[in-house]
Design a protein around this ligand. Structure first.
Ligand code: PMV
Length: 311
């Protein structure tokens, strides 16, 4: 059996603006992961692939799946990149502890885990650059017009400064910091939320360009604060980014409830993370405030909350 895995991710700053060419900062969340396990199936014809993803109720032969299905495409593009033509019959089992459709990069992680397991199985690990490029292609099937930030951070597993079209820059963390990540329990459909922003921007391009410019200014300041280890400043910048995300129309009542609860319990800053209109929020917490913030989030209705050390 061969195994591949990949982490979840959180966007710290710059979601949505990054779709329009502005920079974003994202971090891997190693505590939640997607996994792919591959076994050879004896006595079956070459090329048969049985795909098992019990979390989403999928048990299907690859050749019976819709060709445009992102999981089918992930396997086919991985096999093609590896130059495997006459593969023995395989069973690919997918699982994940990353909540789906919640802004934590579960789709990118499942693709990367699959590519890694295939690379291991055929003893030709794919380079990180190729994993990222192939995953971007699959993200298009999931999300329509992805910026590329998710595939980048999930593949490289490092805090990253990402601007579409430029090589990603790994960030030096001046002073490790702790995030609390909490789920509203409302699913967030990235493609739909991104389409909504595009529609509103097309109706009022000037206003949206101003907002994206303001977000970029926050992201630039945040990079400096991260590199200098100025975590108090970082919290303020998260709050500023959240105000701009509200103006983009991507927050929601449940996100605001969790963000308020985290701040009142002593978080240094808090914002939604990912596409928004549901999904997860993140809060920056000092060691002393961590438990109080976790408790407050639970009381405020979070269905799941965990901490992640960013270093
Ligand atoms: O919801 P997620 O985790 O897929 O994050 C989406 C981030 C956006 O900036 C809204 C879209 C993108 O492609 O960057």
């Amino acid at each position: 059996m061969t195994v591949g895995s990949a982490p979840g991710k959180a966007i710290l700053f710059g979601e949505h603006a990054v779709v329009y060419g502005h920079p974003a900062i994202a971090v891997p969340l190693g505590g939640v992961r997607a996994m792919a396990e591959i076994r050879e199936l004896a006595g079956l014809p070459q090329g048969h692939v049985l795909l098992e993803a019990p979390d989403i109720g999928l048990h299907s032969w690859l050749h019976e799946m819709d060709e445009g299905h992102p999981l089918a495409q992930a396997i086919m593009s991985g096999l093609a990149a590896l130059g495997v033509e006459n593969a023995p019959a395989l069973e690919i089992q997918l699982s994940s502890t990353i909540p789906p459709a919640s802004g934590l990069g579960s789709s990118a992680a499942i693709t990367v885990a699959t590519l890694r397991a295939l690379g291991e199985h055929f003893e030709t690990p794919l380079t990180l650059e190729l994993q990222s490029e192939l995953t971007y292609g699959i993200e298009v099937l999931y999300h329509g017009t992805p910026s590329g930030v998710d595939n980048t951070v999930v593949v490289f597993e490092k805090p990253v400064w990402f601007r579409p079209g430029d090589p990603p820059v790994p960030l030096v963390i001046g002073e490790p910091f702790t995030l609390v990540v909490a789920d509203t329990g409302e699913s967030s459909d990235t493609a739909e939320v991104v389409r909504g922003v595009r529609k509103r921007r097309d109706e009022d391009p000037e206003q949206y360009e101003l907002l994206f410019g303001d977000i970029e200014a926050v992201v630039v300041e945040a990079r400096r604060a991260i590199e200098l280890g100025d975590n108090r400043k970082l919290g303020n910048l998260m709050d500023r980014n959240q105000i701009l995300l509200q103006r983009l129309g991507v927050s929601s009542a449940s996100l605001e409830q969790l963000i308020d609860a985290a701040r009142e319990a002593g978080a240094q800053g808090a914002k939604l993370s990912g596409a928004g209109q549901g999904g997860n929020m993140i809060a920056l917490v000092s060691p002393e405030a961590t438990q109080a913030v976790l408790d407050a989030l639970e009381r405020a209705g979070a269905i799941n909350a965990f901490t992640a050390l960013i270093e």
